[in-house]
Every structure is written in structure tokens, then in C-alpha cells.
Design a protein around this ligand. Structure first.
Ligand code: BTN
Length: 246
């Protein structure tokens, strides 16, 4: 096992498990694979500066600390791919439904978001030093503020104990993280691409605030989304530039 004897810190309440993990990284030397979970987050953070909402105790809220020093500024997106495919495989096995990856690493079932990932990193020159992989996975919550969210219980009808789900997720994550540290990049990329949401389907996007028609053709090595536009142009876009309209 890669993260043998990993430390798991289970909190009742915190501001954000990612925030807690970042404090820990600054104040101590948490071992590789340390996991922080919480029942309640007062300031759960999402991508693009959004909040992450979750009913107390119903879902999985966790952060994993890793030191992926083999990654650099060109290939660090592999970490996003690894956690995304670990979640994808876990959910597909447990739900018996197709689970897709909406770039960069949202998990989608029946066109609704079931999980999100927020990775926060520290760097040592051009190399990655540490990463906090924050995961919000909707398990038992039945009502959401948005029609675009779902949970495993809404899909399957079954209760899933968050700590049991965490154990299963860590086994999947370890499997793919091992492929990453042992350089099996092509296999990771194939699995990510094979489950990419809306790959090759013409659709609408917002690009730097402007509506465009385009089609996803893939994801670059550095994690940018590759698009073929209706006007024949090709684009590679970062998270701040592009938004899917769906
Ligand atoms: C997204 O916007 O899709 C990413 C959501 C990530 C939420 C998780 S919940 C546990 C961890 N702590 C946080 O504050 N955020 C992440």
C-alpha cells in the first residue's frame, strides 16, 4: 500500500477541510496521504471562488494531502485526472450508471453534478511540493438549492455511510496515484478521455464572457480544454476563460 498507516483526522466542524489541511502543511509536516474529513464546513470552498454547500453529516467532505514531487508546472494536471478517474470508477461501480467527467474534474451522473474537486498546491520553483485534494461527494442529501446537483442516494435510493465511502475512495485513489508516480501517464489519460463529458458534441460555451458554439476535442497535457469552434478556429482554454453552458 502506498499510504500505509495513513493518518485520518475526523473533525466534527471546521471552516473548510482544505483550509485545515493548508494550515497543517504550514505548521507541521503531515505525512503523505494524510486525510482530513468533516461533518460540517462553515466555509466550504469550490472552484472559481464559489462556495460548497452540504447538509451536516450527510455527504463526504474530505481533503487528502500528497507530495507529488515528480510533477511540474507542465504536467501537474495529472493529479486532477487521477482523482477524477478514481471517483468515476468508484461511483460507476456503486451506482451501476454511467458516470462522466466534466472538465476539469466534476463528476456527472444523468447530466447532474454529484461531486466536485478543488486542488490547492504549493510549489518549489517549477516543481510541485504539496497538494491538497479537496473532495465534496454528495451521498445522502436529498434536496439541493440547484436542480443541477444530485447525490448517490437520489440516484440509487441507497444510504452510503460517508466513512465507508471514504475507505473505498482511498483504495481507488491509491491505485491511480500509484500509476501516476510510476509514470503510467498514457493509461491515466486514456481513462480520463474515455469518460469526458460532451467530448465531440457541438454545444454552447461562454468564452471570456462571450457566447460561442464549439466542440470539445480533448484536454492538453497542461490541463487546458481544447475546443474546435464553429468558425473553424481551435482554442485551448484555462478554467477562468471558459464556461460550459448546459
Ligand atoms: C467544485 O467547485 O466543484 C469543487 C468543490 C470541492 C468541495 C470540497 S468539500 C471538501 C473540501 N473542502 C473545501 O472547502 N472544498 C473541498
Amino acid at each position: 500500500m502506498l499510504f500505509k498507516d495513513r493518518a485520518i483526522i475526523n473533525l466534527d466542524v471546521t471552516d473548510s477541510t482544505n483550509q485545515y489541511a493548508s494550515h497543517l502543511l504550514r505548521s507541521a509536516a503531515p505525512p503523505d496521504g494524510t486525510v482530513i474529513t468533516a461533518q460540517v464546513q462553515h466555509q466550504g470552498r469550490g472552484q472559481r471562488g464559489t462556495d460548497w454547500e452540504s447538509n451536516p453529516g450527510e455527504n463526504l467532505l474530505c481533503s487528502i494531502i500528497v507530495y507529488p514531487i515528480e510533477l511540474n508546472s507542465y504536467n501537474h494536471f495529472y493529479l486532477s485526472k487521477v482523482i477524477a478517474i478514481a471517483l468515476q470508477e468508484l461511483l460507476e461501480e456503486n451506482l451501476d450508471r454511467e458516470v462522466l467527467l466534466k472538465w476539469p474534474n466534476d463528476l456527472i451522473v444523468a447530466h447532474k453534478k454529484i461531486a466536485g474537486v478543488l486542488i490547492e498546491t504549493t510549489w518549489n520553483h517549477q516543481r510541485l511540493h504539496s497538494a491538497v485534494i479537496g473532495i465534496g461527494l454528495n451521498l445522502n442529501q436529498l434536496n439541493f438549492n440547484t436542480a443541477k446537483a444530485t447525490s448517490t442516494r437520489l440516484i440509487s435510493g441507497n444510504y452510503w455511510e460517508p466513512q465507508d465511502c471514504l475507505k473505498a475512495l482511498l483504495i481507488k485513489f491509491e491505485k491511480y496515484y500509484f500509476k501516476l508516480v510510476s509514470g503510467q501517464y498514457n493509461e491515466i489519460t486514456k481513462q480520463y478521455r474515455d469518460h469526458l463529458y460532451r467530448l465531440g458534441q457541438p454545444m454552447k460555451f461562454e468564452y471570456n464572457g462571450k457566447a460561442i458554439d464549439a466542440m470539445i476535442t480533448g484536454v492538453d497535457e497542461d490541463g487546458k480544454l481544447r475546443l474546435h469552434c464553429g468558425n473553424g478556429e481551435s482554442l485551448s482554454c484555462g478554467l477562468k476563460e471558459i464556461k460550459m453552458v448546459y
